[in-house]
Design a protein around this ligand. Sequence first.
Ligand code: IMP
Length: 427
Amino acid sequence: MSVVALVGAQWGDEGKGKITDFLAREADCVVRYQGGSNAGHTVVDGGRKYMLHLMPSGILYPDKLCVIGNGVALDLAILVEELKTLESQGIDTSNLRISNRAHILMPYHKKFDELQEHGGRQLGTTRRGIGPAYADKMERVGFRLADVMDTDFPARFAVLVREKNRILQRLYDHAGYDHEAMLDKLLGYVEYIQDYIADTSLLVNQVIDKGRKVLLEGAQGTLLDIDHGTYPYVTSSYPTAGGACIGAGVGPTRISRVVGVAKAYSTRVGEGPFPTELDDEAGSHIRERGAEFGTTTGRPRRCGWLDAVVLRYAARVNGLTDLAITKIDVLDEMDTVKICVGYRWRGKIIQEFPDSLRILQDCEPVYIEMEGWKTSLSGCRTYEELPTAARRYIDQITELTGVRHCLIATGPERNQTIVTNEVFARK
Ligand code: IMP
């Protein structure tokens, strides 16, 4: 049995798409387990760039079972569009399966997200309807793909749309939705994806039973987790390793390794505390060199030094067994590089990631400063080929987190990945 859960160890955008794509080569099955079209991953293959939002990165491999799990919030319009785009690029999508228990993200979810952001809530969401869709799921008024097949679905849908319209009209002065037009569209989308719909928990567990390799792919990151993140500046799902079990329908005893993907520096999009944020030339340099602009929204990402307090926290709440370190080449031109090892707050040094937003906002990061390597890492193919200063930086991360590294990415291409430890068990 070899089941690897892959999670973001920071605030999302850690380069999970590239690492998933790399590990997917070895896996027999790749499962996306939470989030929705708020995610955006870019996979570069042979100079060709694929921008994916809902699709698991494994979709580019026709021989892998590729699953959208029950934990994903499904925007059917985006899903169908993404499928059509992939098909037009010659990608075979017949290996895709979508959970019958996945909740559908409706047009009114997007509208509520937009209106709430405009209305002063200002969490800096992607406005993809994520919060409202998961809220309906928890409130037990959401609709799963399986529900659409039920004969009473049109009637239940009509009642709910009427209720949503009342809120939209009274609170937001919005005209509301024509439920029949929405239903027609919805049924059209469901018909389009009909052949992909399955009991995916059953399928994935069957793959595991056969001793095959499964990769559970998280979106966003640990610090955006609804429970473990910097609440309320979080997303509305569970990007952490526990979420992999829930969102894929796989028990915790079946997971063999948990890989945290960490960028060699930190970024964050949207609002919320970010202790190591850089508001200077170094921050702008990282943003430009690292192309730190949102895949989904195009927003410039906030950039800062690597934060080992965050990584230790991610190691704890996810039970990380491995770290995949990405985009280290972005730091190639730095004279010195810094890692935050604690937060100074009211004369004390805090070493465990705090729950208080006030502390996170007001603290001063305590850094260790290291010599930069001042040379391009993009051609390095083994750990030994890395310059000493880069190796020292990586070793420092291992020492500070207590987690071994398994992969080091030195550029966007598949072959710009150094394997330092295997994560899938050899057969
Ligand atoms: P939501 O997920 O659209 O509700 O947004 C909530 C917060 O999570 C915002 O700060 C977003 O910028 C952030 N967020 C959501 N998805 C991603 C992602 O894929 N990468 C980075 N940040 C994200």
